[in-house]
Design a binder for this molecule. Structure first.
Ligand code: ADP
Ligand code: MG
Length: 421
C-alpha cells in the first residue's frame, strides 16, 4: 500500500464516522415532553375548576382556583430539573478524568448491555517489550534484521515503533537508513532501503503461516522483503493495572465485556484469558464497525472503548463511544466521552456516574413535575369542601419550593470516594 492507499483508508474512516453520526438522534428529552403534557393537563384542569366553581360558588372564587391551578402547574422547576443534574454530573465527571462530550451518553450508558474494548493502548499499556527476534533465512544475521527493524520503524509513531528502536539502541545496533517509509494504517509500515522494498506488518496483513513458536500473548510483526518473510519480532505488552478491576465491575453491572483487537489470535487470547473475557482477534476497522452494528441490530445497547484510528468508526457508531485520552485525534473526535487520564479504572466512575445521574434525573422529574399529581387537584379546590384551599400566593411559593428542591437535589449528586486517588 502507498500513500494514496493510506489516504483512502482515512477517507473510508471518515465516511464511516459521518454515517454513524447522521443516524437518527436519541430519545427526545423527557422533561420537554412532560412539560408539554403538564401544559395541557393544567389548562384542562383549570377549565374544569373554573366551570365547576362558577356553578357551585361564583365567578371570583372560580377565578382564584383557576389562577392557583395555572400558577402551581407552571413547569418552572422542570426547565431546570435536567440541566442542573447534567451540569453537576459533567463537572463531577471532569474531576474524575471523564470528559463527557455528548450529554445523553450518561443516560444511555446506564442500561448498557455490552462493552467492546480495544486491546492495545486501551486495556494494555502499549509499552511493548521485544521478547524475541526470529530469522527465516540465512541471508541476514540477527543484528542485520534488528538494524532493518529499527530503521523501518523510524517512519512510524505506533507504540511498537518506539519499543523496537530503543531495543536496537540497547543492543548497540545502529538502524539501517531508509530512503522512504510509509505507514499502512492498522497493519504496519513499508519502506525502501538500498534498492530493496521492506514491510513490517501484522501476521494478518502478511497472510501466511510462520514457522515459529510465538510466545504466549505476544504481538507479532513480520519483516517482509519482496513478499517473503525474512524475520519476525514478537513483542509483549502488559495489561494496565486497573483493567482487571474494570472487568469485575462490568460483570457486576451486567455489562458483557468483549475485547476486539487488530492483533493476532495468540496475543488476543493471552490478554483475554488473563481478563477472563470473550474476544475477537485480527479485527480491521471495518470488522470492529460490523461487530458494533451486529450487536446493535440484536437490540443491544453498546459501549465502545478505544484509542486508535482503527477504532474511530465503531466509536462513532456505538450507543456510547469512550476514547482513551492518550489516543489519536480521530478517535477523540468520534467519541462521546474521553478518558483524560487514559485509565480504564475511570470507566468504573463513568458507570457509577451514569447510574447516579439517571436516578437524580428521575427524582428531579418528580420534584419538578410529579408533585403536580397532588398539587394540581389541590389547587383546583378538590379538598375545598373539607376546608383545604391553596391561595394563588401559596401556589406560587410551592412552585418555587419545587425549584429549590430540584436545585438542591442536583447539587447533592456525588461519587464514591476513590481509594487509589
Ligand atoms: P489494536 O487494534 O489492538 O489497537 P493496531 O491496529 O494498532 O492494534 O495494530 C494491529 C497490528 O498491526 C499490530 O498488532 C502489529 O502487528 C501491526 N502493526 C501496526 N503498526 C505497526 C508498526 N509500526 N510496527 C510493527 N507492527 C505494526
Ligand atoms: Mg489500539
Amino acid at each position: 500500500m502507498n500513500e494514496t492507499g493510506d489516504q483512502s483508508f482515512i477517507s473510508q474512516v471518515q465516511n464511516l464516522i459521518s454515517q454513524a453520526q447522521s443516524q437518527p438522534s436519541r430519545a427526545e428529552n423527557i422533561a420537554q415532553k412532560v412539560a408539554g403534557w403538564l401544559f395541557y393537563i393544567a389548562v384542562i384542569v383549570a377549565l374544569i375548576a373554573f366551570v365547576t366553581w362558577m356553578v357551585i360558588e361564583d365567578v371570583p372564587t372560580a377565578v382564584i382556583f383557576t389562577i392557583t391551578t395555572l400558577v402551581i402547574a407552571c413547569p418552572h422547576a422542570l426547565g431546570l430539573a435536567i440541566p442542573l443534574v447534567t451540569a453537576r454530573s459533567t463537572s463531577l465527571g471532569a474531576s474524575r478524568g471523564l470528559l463527557v462530550k455528548d450529554r445523553q451518553a450518561l443516560e444511555i450508558a446506564q442500561d448498557a448491555d455490552v462493552m467492546i474494548l480495544d486491546k492495545t493502548g486501551t486495556l494494555t499499556t502499549g509499552e511493548f517489550k521485544v521478547l524475541d527476534v526470529e530469522l527465516f533465512n540465512n541471508k541476514y544475521n540477527k543484528e542485520e534484521i534488528i538494524a532493518l527493524l529499527a530503521g523501518i520503524e523510524g517512519g512510524s509513531s505506533h507504540p511498537i515503533a518506539q519499543s523496537i528502536i530503543s531495543f536496537a539502541k540497547q543492543q548497540g545496533i545502529s538502524p539501517v537508513s531508509f530512503d522512504s517509509i510509509d505507514v499502512i494504517s492498522g497493519a504496519g509500515v513499508e519502506g525502501k532501503a538500498k534498492g530493496h522494498s521492506y514491510q513490517l506488518i501484522s501476521q494478518k496483513a502478511y497472510g501466511r503461516n510462520l514457522d515459529m513458536d510465538i510466545p504466549k500473548g505476544a504481538t507479532l510483526s513480520v519483516l517482509v522483503e519482496n513478499d517473503d518473510a525474512i524475520g519476525a519480532v514478537a513483542l509483549g505488552d502488559e495489561l494496565k493495572p486497573t483493567s482487571k478491576e474494570l472487568i469485575k465491575v462490568l460483570k457486576k453491572n451486567n455489562i458483557e465485556p468483549i475485547m476486539a483487537t487488530g492483533d493476532n489470535e495468540k496475543a488476543a487470547q493471552g490478554a483475554a484469558e488473563d481478563l477472563g473475557i470473550e474476544y475477537r482477534s485480527n479485527q480491521s476497522p471495518q470488522d470492529k464497525y460490523e461487530l458494533v452494528k451486529t450487536l446493535k441490530e440484536e437490540g443491544k445497547k453498546v459501549i465502545m472503548v478505544g484509542d486508535g484510528v482503527n477504532d474511530a468508526p465503531s466509536l462513532a457508531l456505538a450507543d456510547v463511544g469512550i476514547a482513551v485520552g492518550a489516543g489519536t485525534q480521530v478517535a477523540l473526535d468520534s467519541a462521546d466521552v474521553i478518558l483524560t487520564q487514559s485509565d480504564p479504572g475511570d470507566i468504573e466512575s463513568f458507570i457509577e456516574l451514569a447510574h447516579k445521574t439517571t436516578r437524580k434525573m428521575k427524582q428531579n422529574l418528580f420534584w419538578g413535575a410529579g408533585y403536580n399529581i397532588i398539587a394540581i387537584p389541590l389547587a383546583a379546590g378538590i379538598l375545598a369542601p373539607i376546608g383545604i384551599k391553596l391561595s394563588p400566593a401559596l401556589g406560587a411559593i410551592l412552585m418555587s419550593v419545587s425549584t429549590v428542591i430540584v436545585a438542591i437535589n442536583a447539587i447533592l449528586l456525588s461519587l464514591d470516594p476513590k481509594n487509589n486517588g
